[in-house]
Write a protein that binds this ligand. Sequence first.
Ligand code: URP
Ligand code: ZN
Ligand code: ZN
Length: 460
Amino acid sequence: MSILIKNGRIVTATDDYIADLFIEGESIVAIGQDLNFPADNIIDASGKLVMPGGIDPHVHLDMPFMGTYSSDNYETGTRAALYGGTTTVIDFILQKQGNSLRSALDEWSGRASGNAVGDYSFHMAVTDFNENTKSEIKNMIEEEGITSFKTFMAYKGALMIDDRQMIGLMEEVKKHGGLINVHATNGDMIDYLVQKNREEGKLSPLYHYLSQPEITEAEASERFVDMASYTGCPGYIVHLTCEGALNAVRNATKRNQKVFVETCIQYLILDASLYEQNFEGAKWVMSPPLREKKDQQTLWAGINQGLVQVVATDHCPFMWEQKLMGKDDFSKIPNGHPAVENRMELLFSEGVVKNKITLNKFVEVSSTNAAKIFGMFPKKGTIAIGSDADIVIMDPKEMHQLSAATHHMNVDYSGYEGWNITGKVKTVLLRGKVAIDNNQCHVEKGYGQFIKRNKVTQHI
Ligand code: URP
Ligand code: ZN
Ligand code: ZN
């Protein structure tokens, strides 16, 4: 099977030019002007942007969490991702406390394998670091291609590890060439504030937000950065939301330390005023919560300063019925929000079209940097000879509206209902196959492959 994409504006993290692309099998084999190879399929991309497939390194599909499961499984979640131009996602395996990493990997592989439509990989969340877990790290990195290990400094009693475990894990992960991802908020402070608000009868979604003030994230981010500095382990802060936390990373650069930072699309464009709408605010109950306008400014600036390298989603959808589990108590609302399908178009519309970031930066933070940080580059994350033909063709001018009525995520509301967007994903290729075209999906469940990842490079 071969595909010739003609006359597109090819944009990578560094380049921007008009050319043709020739794809054979799963890879890009030629890039040039006026290519006339015979092809099974010719796509005219005149007037369109041709970019690397998006990579969302933070999603939760079919995840057991807070007494329920996230509502997108590997089929619906990766298909919705493809509709929005994201060809690869990285999901989180959660170790059960008392059990092995291996048994968690088996459980997650059982749910994903044969079901994914788009490509996927796994981070391993270590929730119980002990001598047994320690002995499994090398194998995960070297044999399974799982090179990043997630830690939670919050969700006390369920997922949280203490600093002693964190340091031990960092030393082991560093030894074998991996990286630590962290949910950096102070679990003890949050636990205290949640209990206090509940005891005072403050039970609406607003109190989810008020139980996780900025200081809880700033403090934990600083502590994480210090532990990463002490151990020399590469670190990556997931879903960073605010000025105080980014300043912890900024300060660390003064001692020549580099810690990678991910923010999520929602923290760039939504703010905490959404929690003021009684229970409706449950749509945006996530951890950390949405913040203030000044934090949005910090995050956009952080992207342009190179302090924030990745814009992900933390896609963790729940049906409204599931959100209602917390109608009388904010602490029982399943945490998470749907966005995997919307990330690329929202970032393009709110970022590129509104002149907050350049087109090259858009590609960098939505695809290339994640591929580099998580050991998938140049197979994924760029348009180059030999790379996987994961391509997004976007009409930069087409206007459309986001709605739960038209999205493909398995969730019955949208956090962006009625938003007017400029820029529409028209065609998506995944490993040389047309996956999405004309609002139709052309690949079946099972086409999505598990991507084994390489060891981490600290320099991007
Ligand atoms: O609210 C969130 N973020 N839910 C998913 C779990 C996590 O903390 O990433
Ligand atoms: Zn988290
Ligand atoms: Zn998450």
